[in-house]
Design a protein around this ligand. Structure first.
Ligand code: AP5
Length: 215
């Protein structure tokens, strides 16, 4: 299966993608993670993307579509992909169709995480990840079982994203409303959108996504 997780910043795309990876062996393709890796490595793409990301605006369609194409080429045959944070514009949605077609893949389902934007600021500003394995946590909603130690890999270092401050989050949400939400009708017209309540407990959201994928 190839699926898109769609929703505003903090909707839970990354959280739920990690769970689908663990359960189904699919590959999470997060353009945000790819861009952060490029910034960290100081590649030409990273140098171009850094200021745009820090401002909460969108990186160019050409850059992200090229990143996605490369990652898809590295997938095993028959391994499903979870698109997390991509596509984000009508042009990216068009590119994704061409990218999938060129690789003999189809888009099976779009999961829209339906959320209350005001609650998302608290989610985002409280989030942190393990510096070694990337497992996500939250100051209030998901702390490591043993304080200071990652549940997954035992690491002791954690990090926070530079764009996870309230002002930047508001810009990211405005970008979502203006450029990303308008692509939903493209997929609605194909009858492949499932709307899932993203405001419930994480396990309930996971169960609703599993039901949508099975249906
Ligand atoms: P990106 O990394 O994609 O960020 P985003 O879309 O803003 O999404 P987030 O990662 O912030 O949120 P999420 O939905 O994954 O939430 P999470 O699961 O972590 O993009 C960053 C930047 O890169 C963009 O601003 C842009 O500049 C650039 N970029 C990336 N892709 C691009 C593209 N295609 N085109 C152009 N530019 C691009 O959850 C958040 C927190 O809430 C976590 O702490 C989690 O523990 C908690 N949580 C999750 N679910 C629940 C729940 N049900 N209940 C309680 N807490 C929960």
């Amino acid at each position: 299966m190839n699926i898109i997780l769609l929703g505003p910043p903090g909707a839970g795309k990354g959280t739920q993608a990690q769970r689908l990876v663990e359960r189904h062996g699919m590959k999470q393709l997060s353009t945000g993670d790819m861009l952060r890796a490029a910034v960290k490595a100081g590649t030409p793409v990273g140098l171009q993307a850094k200021a745009v990301m820090d401002a909460g605006e969108l990186v160019s369609d050409e850059i992200v579509s090229a990143l996605i194409g490369d990652e898809l080429d590295a997938l095993g045959e028959g391994q499903g992909a979870i698109f997390d944070g991509y596509p984000r514009t009508a042009a990216q949605a068009e590119s994704l169709d061409a990218i999938l077609k060129g690789r003999g893949r189809t888009l099976d389902r779009v999961i829209e995480l339906d959320v209350d934007e005001d609650a998302l600021v608290a989610r985002i500003t409280g989030r942190f990840t393990c510096a070694s394995c990337g497992k996500g946590y939250h100051d209030t909603f998901e702390q490591p079982k043993v304080a200071g130690t990652c549940d997954k890999c035992g690491g002791h270092e954690f990090k926070r994203r530079p764009d996870d401050n309230e002002a930047t989050v508001r810009t990211r949400m405005a970008e979502y409303r203006a450029k990303t939400a308008p692509i939903l009708p493209i997929y609605d017209a194909r009858g492949i959108v499932s709307r899932v309540d993203g405001m419930g407990e994480m396990d309930d959201v996971t169960a609703a996504i599993e039901a949508a994928l099975a249906g």
